[in-house]
Design a protein around this ligand. Structure first.
Ligand SMILES: [Zn+2]
Length: 102
C-alpha cells in the first residue's frame, strides 16, 4: 500500500487540522525476562499443561498450526504534528502486505 509521507489530519494536542509527518512504528520484541513475565510464569506454575513448559529459549507451541492464515498485516502508522512536534498513532490499521511511502 502506498502511503503519502505527509498528511493533513487532526492533531489531538493542537485540536485542529495540521500537517503531519507519517512514519511506521517500530516493532518491539517483548522481553521474556521482564519482572512481569516471571511473576506470570510463577503463578502459572512454570511448567504446567501444554505449551513450551516455561522455557524461554524456545517460542510457545501453538495448539493449532495456522501458518499462512494471513498474508497481510495491519498498518500501525505514527503521525508527527509539524506544529507541536508531538506524535500520535493511527486509530485503526488497514490490512496490507507491504507499506511504501511515496
Ligand atoms: Zn499539534
Amino acid at each position: 500500500m502506498k502511503i503519502p509521507k505527509t498528511r493533513r489530519t487532526h492533531c489531538p494536542y493542537c485540536k485542529k487540522h495540521t500537517e503531519h509527518k507519517v512514519s511506521q512504528t517500530k516493532k518491539k520484541q517483548a522481553s521474556s525476562l521482564t519482572y512481569g513475565s516471571k511473576v506470570r510464569a510463577r503463578r502459572r506454575g512454570k511448567a504446567r499443561g501444554t505449551g513450551n513448559l516455561g522455557r524461554y529459549s524456545k517460542p510457545a507451541v501453538t495448539k493449532f498450526n495456522r501458518t499462512g492464515a494471513k498474508q497481510s498485516k495491519k498498518t500501525n502508522l505514527k503521525y508527527e504534528c509539524k506544529e507541536c512536534k508531538k506524535t500520535h498513532l493511527q486509530k485503526k490499521g488497514k490490512r496490507s502486505k507491504r507499506v511504501e511511502f511515496v
